[in-house]
Design a protein around this ligand. Structure first.
Ligand code: TPP
Length: 593
């Protein structure tokens, strides 16, 4: 540990370096000029200049989720800061560790309605894990170290640090964190080790189960690669079927026979019926989100529920559980496996066999099947080809998505073998997330194949970032599944609002190929299934950012679907099951969201 006198700006640069930050995503402004000046004078800390601050946050999210490290954002006061709000909520909902540094007007002007003043700590209090307004330059170093610690510890999340201009200019003392960069918070010490008695109780339930099911979530991925390995080990060891949430995809190999696919609103038939009919549900790192549970009062009515979560406030929040275990997934799984082995515990093999027979019957329904066509590109087919041709490149492949139908088809048809390869906006469902998020992923993994799957609506929410990709030669491949609709909205209007397509058709859209070319990037288009493979291969061969406009069947719908507010055994498997309702069915009961 050593203490030095520096300006506030220099303290920030040093503290970030001491925290192991290698890159930040940002955009300067008046109050940040001293900090950008300090940035100019140093080496080692990269800055990616985005075109919109929302994109900076999503890029930092992509960076964080694909590396497991904390993402860093730097924006100016007022509009720079307020432009980050959607990204911060997104990170909060999906438990993504971020530190967002915002410039603030000089302390003497705070509260004066000064030029570009916004009360960003007030605005973001409810959407950050923690936030700070730095009042004294001598506190700056400690606050920054604490911010990184809070962002990454326990249930990860975004932390905002607001720094007035005079603090950037003032001279103050900076103390290096020493060997241990994770300087601890004075009181925030999340519980990582699960309660042994509860773990043993869970083992008893699993041993005696007749129809057990693993329900794995994003918490496994967040806990780290070791947690995913331990989770896979436990699933394989017990032979119990496993389903994952949208956020958990990749925590268990997608090609494994014990994987039932994703559960929830657009999950597979077998996963949802298994959720409904299981007698012991083992929830590891998931939060009983409403897109998973459907109607709470009809959710998995006959099961005993085990819930492992690092966030005590998640326990019994939506669903009352029988065995809560508060702790870090990796720690809890390690103990679970240890006691399972020590106890020489065994599942009820005969009952499990019967359960698998039932599940395999459900599997025969083949709920992800779709009608193939050689005239029009089916979006599911496009995704299958992207998936298979990406595999052929032999490159480590990362996917991000926007929000809508394409996102659900991507979750269903791309197969994730490893964690941290799938970045999507699950909790907030933020259109505009995927393209800049891919930018962050590619920054962290320059040699990887980074693919953004977009809808034509979502892509237009942050398309200005083609310029950033070009500036840093980040060769992201963005496939737009173009149906000229806000497709997911159109689907709900078809199914629940009597086919009244109110404001969901996109009448005017740019020529996406020319748009890419206008930035100097590669633009490609596929209009028929026959052209698809060639276009995908060309995209993968380009070392430039590439926008691929794929004209898909405009009226294809995502199935299976559990309508909001329905139970898991009320699944709509396809168009033949779904009847358009004039009144919108459950819309009237006010539960359709
Ligand atoms: C910022 C934002 N605004 C509105 C919505 C509501 N919304 C959810 S899906 C969707 C349609 C998305 O359309 P598109 O990106 O073209 O994808 P598609 O569903 O056609 O695949 C909309 C408007 C949202 N999720 N995010």
């Amino acid at each position: 540990m050593s203490t030095k006198q520096m300006t506030g700006s220099e303290i920030i640069i040093q503290a970030l370096k001491d925290q192991g930050v290698d890159v930040m995503f940002g955009l300067p402004g008046g109050v940040l000029l001293p900090l950008y000046d300090a940035l100019f004078k140093q080496n080692g800390l990269r800055h990616i200049l985005v075109k919109h601050e929302q994109a900076a946050v999503h890029a930092a999210e992509g960076y964080a989720r694909s590396t497991g490290k904390v993402g860093t954002v730097l924006v100016t006061s007022g509009p720079g800061a307020t432009n980050t709000v959607t990204g911060l909520v997104d990170a909060m909902m999906d438990s993504v560790p971020l530190v967002c540094l915002t410039g603030q007007v000089p302390s003497s002007l705070i509260g004066n309605d000064a030029f570009q003043e916004a009360d960003i700590t007030g605005i973001t209090r409810g959407v950050t894990k923690h936030n700070y307004l730095v009042k004294d330059v001598n506190e700056l170093g400690r606050i920054l170290h604490e911010a990184y610690y809070v962002a990454r510890s326990g249930r990860p999340g975004p932390v905002l640090v607001d720094i007035p201009k005079d603090v950037l200019l003032a001279l103050g003392n900076y103390t290096t964190p020493g060997k241990n960069t994770a300087v601890e918070h004075r009181s925030y010490k999340p519980q990582v080790k699960g309660d042994t008695a509860a773990i043993k109780q869970a083992i008893d339930l699993i041993k005696n189960a007749k129809r057990p099911l693993f329900y794995g979530g994003g918490g496994i991925v967040n806990s780290g690669d070791a947690a995913c390995t331990l989770f896979s080990q436990l699933v394989k060891m017990t032979g119990i079927p496993c389903s994952l949430t949208l956020m958990g995809l990749g925590a268990f190999p997608g090609s494994d026979d014990q994987f039932l696919g994703m559960m929830g609103m657009h999950g597979t038939y077998e996963a949802n019926l298994a959720m409904h009919d299981c007698d012991v549900m083992i929830n590891i790192g998931a939060r009983f989100d409403d897109r998973v549970t459907g109607a709470l009062d009809k959710f998995s009515p006959g099961s005993k529920k085990i819930h492992v979560d690092i966030d005590p406030s998640s326990i019994n929040k939506n669903i009352i559980v029988d065995v809560p275990i508060i702790g870090d997934v990796a720690h809890v799984l390690e103990e679970l496996i240890k006691y399972w082995k020590a106890d020489q515990a065994q599942v009820n093999a005969k009952a499990l066999d019967k359960w698998w027979k039932q599940i395999n019957e459900w599997r025969k329904v083949d709920s992800l099947k779709y009608t193939k066509s050689n005239k029009v590109i089916k979006p599911q087919y496009a995704l299958e080809r992207i998936r298979d041709l990406a595999k052929d490149t032999g490159k480590d492949t990362y996917y991000t998505t926007e929000v809508g139908q394409h996102q659900m088809w991507a979750a269903q048809h791309l197969c994730f073998e490893k964690p941290k390869r799938w970045m999507t906006s699950g909790g907030l469902g933020t259109m505009g997330y995927g393209f800049p998020s891919a930018m962050g992923v590619q920054t962290a993994h320059p040699d990887a194949l980074v693919i953004a799957i977009a809808g034509d609506g979502s892509f237009q929410m942050n398309l200005q970032e083609i310029a950033t990709l070009m500036a840093y030669r980040l060769p992201v491949k963005c496939f737009i599944l173009n149906n000229k609709f806000l497709g997911m909205v159109r689907q709900w209007q078809e199914m629940f609002h009597g086919e009244r397509y109110s404001e969901s058709h996109i009448d005017v859209q740019p020529d996406f190929v020319k748009l890419a070319e206008a930035y100097g990037a590669t633009g490609l288009r596929a209009t028929t299934p026959g052209e698809l493979d060639d276009v995908i291969k060309q995209a993968f061969a380009s070392d430039l950012p590439t926008i691929i406009d794929i004209l898909v069947d405009a009226e294809e719908n995502v199935f299976p679907m559990i309508p909001s507010g329905a139970a898991h055994n009320e699944i709509i498997l396809g168009p033949e099951d779904s009847q358009s309702s004039e009144n919108g069915g459950s819309v009237e009961s006010g539960v359709l969201v």
